[in-house]
Design a protein around this ligand. Sequence first.
Ligand SMILES: [Ca+2]
Length: 226
Amino acid sequence: MCPSGSLVEPLTSAISTPPASQRGPCVLVAVGCYTYTETRYNEHLCPSSSSRMDLLISLLLLGSLGLTQAQTLGCSPHSGVNNLALKGVATQISDLQLPTMGYAQYAIDGVKDTTYKDGSCTHTTQTSNPWWQVDLKKYHSVSKVILTNRLDCCSTRLLGAQVRIGNSPDNNNPVCGTVTSLASAILPFCCNGMVGQYISVVIPGRSEYLTLCEVEVYGDPVKGCY
Ligand SMILES: [Ca+2]
C-alpha cells in the first residue's frame, strides 16, 4: 500500500518509458509510491546506467521480500537517521545583512533559536517569490522536512511558503507541503519519500521577506544515484 496522496505507476510504464541510459536501481523508488512524470524522467531522475534486466531483477527481489514503499518510506525517518540538512550547502535569493546578517546557512546550523537577533535565523530582503535552498549533494528519498519559524516577530510572513523537493536547482520542484498554520514554531511536513537533491522553501506569488530559523531534512540516500 502507498501513502495517501501518492501515485503508483504501472510497472510496465516504468520499465518501458525511460531510455535505458536513464534507468538505475533508484528507479525503484519511482516505481512504487513516488509521484513522477515524463518530464521528471527527462530530468534524469537517476543518471546512473543500468540494464533493463537489472531493473527487473531488483523489482522481483523487492516483491519477494514483501517490501512496499509504504513500509520503506512514509513520514517517519528510520531509526538512527540524522538530519541530512546539516551536511548540505544552503543558499537563498538575497541576504538582508542587518542587524545580524541572516545568512542562508543559519537555517542548517543545528540551532532552533526562534529569536532573530540571536543570530541563528536566515533573512532575505523583501523580494518577489523569495526562496531558500539546501543542496544535499546526492539524491535522497525524503520522509520528512521540519521548518522552525521565528517567533519574536513577523511569523505570519511564512504563511503560504512551500516546501519543494526535486532535482532542479532552480527551486521549481514538486511541492511536499505548504505552510497554512502558525500554531507552532515547529512546522513538520510529511514528504512520503519524494526524491530529490534540492530542498527549497519558496514563498510564491508575492513580495515578502523569508526567514527560517532552522530546516531539518530526514530521509535516505537513493541507492544507485550519486
Ligand atoms: Ca538555526
